[in-house]
Design a protein around this ligand. Structure first.
Ligand SMILES: [Zn+2]
Ligand SMILES: [Zn+2]
Length: 123
């Protein structure tokens, strides 16, 4: 029996997949796996395709993880910024109120003194 690729060479094995006869050289091509180079090529092409599909899926997963990470980052950061700004604004308001309280206290003190003197004048 001759090799189905090398018509001049004697076959040493039969392909497990397609049953075609192959020579020593062809057997060596597929690392003596018992599969002819033709079937081996088809097998590898299928594996490469499934690798490419898996790679595409993993890339898609990375893309959605990035989208979620960015969304969550802003979702958390925005309330943090809003509250920090609120704190600064309220502190400013307290400062203004403190100034007003101080002015009012001085005015009240002056008025109290004036009223005391008025009372004293009656006596
Ligand atoms: Zn084969
Ligand atoms: Zn051959």
């Amino acid at each position: 029996m001759k090799c189905f690729i090398h018509m001049d060479k004697e076959a040493i094995a039969v392909c497990k997949t397609c049953g075609k006869a192959m020579c020593a050289e062809c057997s060596a091509y597929s690392n003596h796996s018992g599969i002819c180079p033709e079937c081996r090529k088809v097998q590898f092409e299928k594996e490469r395709n499934s690798c490419m599909v898996k790679k595409k899926e993993l890339k898609e997963e990375i893309f959605w993880c990035k989208v979620k990470a960015i969304l969550l980052f802003w979702l958390l950061l925005i309330p943090v910024i809003v509250n920090v700004l609120k704190i600064l604004n309220r502190k400013n308001q307290i400062k203004e109120i403190d100034e007003r309280i101080s002015i009012l206290s001085k005015e009240i003190d002056k008025l109290e003194i004036a009223l005391q003197n008025k009372g004293a004048a009656f006596i």
